[in-house]
Design a protein around this ligand. Structure first.
Ligand SMILES: [Zn+2]
Length: 416
């Protein structure tokens, strides 16, 4: 019986609530094996200094260079035990029909990757093979992207709010280099005053549906700490128009704008996806956003990544606040074994079965394939263990599996 729940999970379709699929990367025709590593979480094992926030845009700037064993070895040999590397290697091996990537076969795998990516149909075929039927993408290179024309009808997007929370000056920008003022100008909005800016943000949220944006995304854990205090409008206004506002005014501006977005999201019934854990590690503990969640009881927050490494604190919050749901994405890429432990607890602690959903959180479809297949494997293992331990019956596990992989996301985002 425990084997058959795993088989059931492997056959379940997925609604993937978080990817970073963007036409420039996911649909690029110029992709080789090395680039799949450079533009993946495996790259974080090599390229990022411990003192820096793990800026996601650093993965994009990978220069095109031919694959060589010397360039692959830092991932495959030096960091070969890391879970990001294991995940990606497993996915590539599966998709390209090898057991591992080795010094002997890397050239053949590289040739297959280059060939496959020349075919415009390849990304869609990989998504189909992973049985992912809908995808919510966060295209951080262009926060205004309507995903459907380029990526397809199975895509929706989120509106990333970081640039707007840093919009005290036309030249201020977030960690991806996006300027709130430039984005508003693209929508034809001229802002001269702080009040214009607030009105433009209202307009921006109203326009989400037109761009197939079905949620807001707060990724400010890469830009600042997550202590979003009560809005202090007077202090926020002091930052307006300043090239270098005082740290207090800058924080107040960003707190004020985030609060406004959360209020508007509640009014428009748009969920707010929020990155928690890691990023700027000293500022991303989930309890830092407790105040924001309490101030907006009508807003639905989708809290991400099991706030690794603070998953137990997050589960406590998800129990206490009924406007909180959890997106498990990325947590199982960081640590599959911790994910299993946390999922066992999450099943026990969640107030109802609607709360958990998952995504891949990747740039390229190969890593997405790997992530979603790994998620199925781990969810299947946890449910098997729950059945074997007598926690619940097969049919309870089956119902919960469908909810985690698909049904919860469909209901949460109101997908037809
Ligand atoms: Zn992400």
């Amino acid at each position: 019986m425990s084997e058959s729940i795993s088989q059931f999970v492997h056959a379940c379709e997925v609604i993937d609530v978080h990817e970073h699929h963007m036409p420039e990367i996911a649909l690029s025709r110029d992709v080789n094996l090395l680039k799949l590593f450079q533009q993946s979480y495996a790259a974080w094992t090599n390229n990022v200094l411990p003192s820096e926030p793990k800026a996601d845009s650093s993965m994009i700037s990978a220069v095109a260079e031919p694959t060589s064993w010397e360039a692959l070895a830092p991932f495959l040999e030096n960091s070969g035990s890391n879970a990001f590397v294991r995940n990606l290697v497993g996915g590539i091996a599966d998709l390209y029909g090898v057991d591992e990537i080795t010094r002997e076969n890397w050239e053949a795998v590289d040739a297959s990757v280059r060939l496959r990516h020349k075919d415009a149909k390849w990304p869609g075929q990989v998504i189909e093979r992973a049985a992912i039927k809908r995808i919510v993408t966060d295209p951080f290179l262009d926060p205004l992207l309507n995903p459907r024309p380029a990526l397809g009808e199975n895509y929706d997007a989120v509106l990333r709010i970081n640039a707007f929370a840093f919009g005290w000056h036309p030249e201020s920008h977030d960690h991806n280099g996006n300027s709130g003022h430039a984005l508003l100008r693209r929508l034809g909005m001229q802002v001269k005053t702080f009040d214009d800016y607030c009105a433009a943000i209202r307009e921006l949220v109203t326009g989400c549906a037109r761009r197939n944006q079905i949620a807001l995304k707060n990724a400010l854990a890469y830009d600042r700490n997550l202590s979003f205090d009560e809005p202090n409008e007077e202090l926020a206004r002091q930052a307006w128009g300043q090239m270098s506002p005082s740290p207090a005014a800058r924080k107040a501006f960003s707190d004020f704008v985030v609060d406004l977005f959360c209020q508007l999201a509640g009014e428009a019934d748009l969920p707010v996806q929020t990155h928690l854990g890691t990023a700027i590690i000293s500022g991303s503990h989930p309890l830092r956003i407790a105040g924001l969640i309490e101030r907006h009881p009508r807003t639905r927050f989708l809290l991400m990544h099991l706030a690794y490494p603070w998953s137990r604190d997050l589960l406590g919050m998800a129990f206490a606040y009924r406007n909180v749901w959890l997106d498990l994405c990325w947590s199982f890429l960081l640590s599959p074994s911790h994910f299993k432990l946390a999922l066992h607890e999450a099943i026990e602690v969640m107030p109802d079965d609607s709360r958990l959903m998952l995504g891949g959180d990747c740039l390229h479809v190969e890593e997405t394939f790997a992530a979603i297949q790994n998620a199925r494997q781990l969810v299947g293992e946890v449910l098997s263990e729950k059945i074997a331990g007598g926690y619940f019956r097969f049919r309870d596990a089956e119902r919960l599996a469908v909810r985690i992989l698909c049904k919860n996301a469909s209901e949460f985002f109101g997908l037809s």
